[in-house]
Structure formats: structure tokens, C-alpha cells
Design a protein around this ligand. Structure first.
Ligand code: ATP
Length: 473
């Protein structure tokens, strides 16, 4: 297969010509629905069939999976069909992609650990090594998985020696260098992307540097969390006051953003220093200092035989409620760490429709006119201060749209944003649209139940301010 044009062909013939799909046999369920069992008519062999709505993102998943598929620790993708299917309860058929994959019959990683009698540090290292090799393969192809979590690590069969493999390429992304080209606006660029750009430039000028992108280092952080849980059974970052409403609350967010976690003696006293060293190097807040996958596969914890010390993890992992809580919080963490897919294009400042700039331009013009009519003085050009209610709204917009918010750590940014919104609401009690429109972004009166996109919050305030500027002045 040509490495440059390494794409899988999507067949439009009916999957049922070649496979007998058991629609009732569900191997597991994800956000896109259940994964079912299909039997190849010609050979009687069993496969896993994942069904996803045919959208550009789904097609991207297919191609990403295909590119990564030829590795012993990645679930193999064999064939893809595009068929119109109508499931019970649907009013009409929809075009769907059917991914025929290697059947992973050994279950998910944590499910197996919870069923086992014991789990040792050596076994944890063996699992880690296999996952690290899969990630190494992806990163060597310049692909970030961006959804590394225990549910996406599956055992091939039920035997003790079964290999573990990585699945679900729904968030995988090929880093073509877009994040490193000057396509970003300097307002929103994160320090990590700047770092990536710097390295990219060096690379182009043939200075050897280690491959680096923010997305790839997000995979390494995820690995750090998985290894931590493997070794003790609970996640490194958790809330002191968990609520069911929010997967990540302020307290937990702060811990993540500051990299605050511990190795409590009860579970960690007997864990080797090598294992702890791996965790420390992966759970490093600064992506540029985080260990990359090449270093991980060469770390002594993985190259030498790890001690056969029994771990406490099965005790925690076997608790279903505990496992589900861990999965939910982990999911939320991953969501926050992915870089948005679309790069933001830089707009010339003169054509920007930012409400702050529009207002300033208007005011500056008015002041110039007044200044021209009367005798001009330097002070006639200065913009009068906003009344408190307008200022509080502008503060929110500025917080969302200006670079400071982008370069700060996310947790602090959201906390500050909530404080600013609170002030804006108090200063503008008559503007009912503020809480109403924020409700769509899951604002609960104090904070957001789900982390909002700063751009969206900024746009809401921009719309409200433009609509109400006369009323609130
Ligand atoms: P997510 O919600 O994690 O994004 P998704 O809808 O993209 O999920 P997958 O993660 O690919 O779907 O699969 C969902 C579940 O189905 C997995 O967690 C696993 O339990 C099961 N599964 C997926 N692929 C296979 C396979 N090849 N063999 C057996 N079971 C599988």
C-alpha cells in the first residue's frame, strides 16, 4: 500500500452480502451506539461491527483508524461499508458507516482487572508497555489519539497472555503541521502552540528536535492518568467534595491545572520508584516538559522486569460505582485537553467585528467630530469611561476574547470568568437575556455545569451588548 495515499476504500455494497450481523449482540456501547458482532459468511469468522452516522468526522475516524491499524497493539480495521440503515424507532433510514474490526473478545482493561484475583506491578508494567507501543506507533505517524482511556483498551481474548489493543479513533487527528503554521490569531494562540511552531521552524531549518505537539502530549498525560489508576485503583485528580452535577468542579480543576496529586502510603508504599517516576514525568503540567512516548518506551520501568508486588487497584476498580465515577471524570478531563480541531484564521484588525473595537472606533470618530467642531484639544480624543454596567459586560467580552484568557491556565480562566459574569448580571438586573442565553451554555447561576467555549460566552455578551447598548447606558 502506498504510504502517501494510504486510504481505505469504503464499499457501498450491502454488508449483509458478506456478513451476518447480529444486531442484538452488543459488545459494548459508546457515544455512537453499540458495537455488534458480525460473522463473515465465507469463513464463519467473527468480527466486531461499529456503526456510525456517515458524516465527514466519521469518515475521518475511518481513515485515521486505517492508517494506524497495522500494529499488534491497535485493533485491526478490515473493511468499511456505507449503507442506508433504519433502526427501530427511527422514522427513516440514514446513511451509516459500518466498520468491520478485529473482534476483541477479552473485554475492557478495567473490567478484567476487576475480575482478577490479583494484579501486580509487573502486570501493570506489561499493560503499560503494550499501550505505550501503540501510542508510539500513532505518534510516529504524527497522529494523536486524543481519547486514551481505559474503555478504549481492549483484550484480544480471555487468556492471561492476551495482548491488549487500542481502539476508537473518533478523536484521532493527523498533525499536518496546521497547528504550527501561522494560521492562528495571536489573540488566541496558546503557549503550547507557540512552542510547537518554534520547533516546527527549527525542524524546517534541519535542526534536529524531538517531535512535539500539544495534542500528542495530551495523549501522554492521559497515559499518566491510566498508569496511576492501574497502580492504585483511583484517579490522581479527584474532588474533595464530589457532586453528581458536575464531573469536574473548581477544586478538581485546580488540582489538574496545578498538577497537585499525591502518592498516599496506603496504596503506594510498596510501589517501585521507577513506576512513580513514570507517573511523575507524565503528569507534568507543562506539556513541553512532559515525557514523550519514545522516552516512555525506553524507561527502565518498561525495559527491565518490574517487581511482582501485588497492587491495591483491583479492590477499588471492582467497585462499579467507583469505576463509573472515574470514567466520567476522566472523560471530562480529556474533553478539556483536546485542542479545538479548527484553526482560527487571523483577521486584519481593521476588519475585526469585535464589539470593543467597534465601540472604540465609533467613539473615536464621535470624539474627533466633536473635537473638529470645537477647538481641538488632546483630551477631546480620549474615550470617556464606561458606566459600571457597560464596563462589567465589556470585561466579560474582553476576558473571553483577549489573549490573556488564552495564555492563562484554563481553570483559573473559567473561575475568573464566572466572577466577571456574576458582576455583569448584578450590574445589569434588567437585562434578562444574560442568564437566559447563558443557560444554553449550562450556566447554573454561579458557574457552568460544563466548561463553556470562551468564544461562545464572548459572542453571547457581544450580542447582548450590541442589542441593549442604548438601554443599558
Ligand atoms: P466513545 O463513547 O468512547 O467515544 P464510541 O462510540 O466511539 O465510544 P468505541 O469506543 O469504538 O465507540 O466502542 C464502544 C465500546 O464497544 C468499547 O468501549 C468496547 O467495549 C466495545 N468495542 C469497541 N470495539 C470493539 C472491538 N473491536 N471488539 C470488541 N468490542 C469492541
Amino acid at each position: 500500500m502506498d504510504a502517501v495515499d494510504d486510504r481505505i476504500e469504503i464499499s457501498t455494497s450491502s454488508i449483509t452480502d458478506d456478513y451476518d450481523v447480529d444486531w442484538n449482540h452488543k459488545l459494548g456501547t459508546g457515544i455512537s451506539g453499540p458495537v455488534r458482532v458480525g460473522t463473515k459468511r465465507s469463513s464463519g469468522e467473527k468480527y466486531a461491527v461499529k456503526v456510525i452516522i456517515d458524516r465527514p468526522k466519521a469518515r475521518q475516524e475511518v481513515q485515521m483508524h486505517w492508517k494506524c491499524s497495522r500494529h499488534p497493539h491497535v485493533v485491526k480495521l478490515y473493511q468499511v461499508f456505507c449503507n442506508d440503515l433504519q433502526f427501530p424507532g427511527e422514522s427513516e433510514s440514514r446513511s451509516r458507516l459500518l466498520l468491520v474490526m478485529e473482534l476483541m473478545d477479552g473485554g475492557e482493561l478495567f473490567h478484567r482487572i476487576s475480575q482478577q484475583n490479583g494484579f501486580t506491578e509487573r502486570q501493570a508494567a506489561v499493560v503499560t508497555k503494550q499501550v505505550a507501543l501503540a501510542v508510539d506507533h500513532l505518534h510516529s505517524l504524527n497522529i494523536a489519539h486524543r481519547d486514551l482511556k481505559p474503555e478504549n483498551l481492549l483484550y484480544h481474548n480471555k487468556s492471561e497472555e492476551s495482548p491488549i489493543k487500542l481502539c476508537d479513533f473518533g478523536f484521532a487527528k493527523l498533525d499536518k503541521g496546521d497547528l504550527m503554521t501561522p494560521q492562528f490569531t495571536p489573540y488566541y494562540v496558546s503557549p503550547q502552540v507557540l512552542e510547537a511552531q518554534k520547533r516546527h521552524r527549527k525542524e524546517r531549518s534541519s535542526i534536529p528536535v524531538s517531535p512535539y505537539t500539544y495534542d500528542k502530549s495530551c495523549d501522554m498525560w492521559s497515559l499518566g492518568v491510566i498508569i496511576y489508576i492501574l497502580l492504585c485503583g483511583y484517579p490522581p485528580f479527584y474532588s474533595d467534595h464530589p457532586t453528581s452535577r458536575r464531573a469536574i468542579d473548581k477544586c478538581m480543576r485546580k488540582k489538574i491545572m496545578t498538577g497537585t496529586y499525591e502518592f498516599p502510603d496506603r496504596e503506594w508504599a510498596r510501589v517501585s520508584e521507577n513506576a512513580k517516576d513514570v507517573v511523575k514525568r507524565l503528569l507534568c503540567v507543562e506539556p513541553g516538559s512532559r515525557m514523550n512516548v519514545e522516552s516512555l518506551v525506553q524507561h527502565p520501568w518498561l525495559t527491565e522486569e518490574a517487581p511482582d508486588t501485588p497492587l491495591q487497584s483491583p479492590m477499588y476498580i471492582s467497585n462499579k460505582a467507583h469505576r463509573e465515577h472515574t470514567a466520567a471524570t476522566y472523560e471530562a478531563q480529556l474533553k478539556q485537553m483536546r485542542i479545538p480541531d479548527r484553526p482560527v484564521n487571523l483577521k486584519p484588525i481593521e476588519s475585526a467585528l469585535n464589539p470593543i473595537l467597534i465601540e472604540r472606533r465609533l467613539q473615536s470618530r464621535q470624539n474627533t467630530d466633536i473635537g473638529n467642531a470645537r477647538s481641538p484639544s488632546p483630551s477631546s480624543q480620549t474615550i470617556p469611561p464606561d458606566p459600571a454596567n457597560v464596563k462589567s459586560m465589556r470585561d466579560v467580552i474582553a476576558h473571553c476574547l483577549l489573549p490573556k484568557a488564552q495564555t492563562k491556565k484554563d481553570g483559573d480562566t473559567i473561575m475568573e470568568l464566572c466572577e466577571k459574569i456574576d458582576v455583569a448580571i448584578k450590574e445589569n438586573p434588567d437585562v434578562e437575556e444574560i442568564p437566559k442565553m447563558l443557560g444554553d451554555l449550562k450556566w447554573n447561576g454561579t458557574t457552568f455545569d460544563e466548561e463553556p467555549k470562551l468564544m461562545e460566552v464572548g459572542k453571547i455578551f457581544k450580542t447582548i451588548l450590541q442589542k441593549n447598548i442604548n438601554k443599558i447606558r
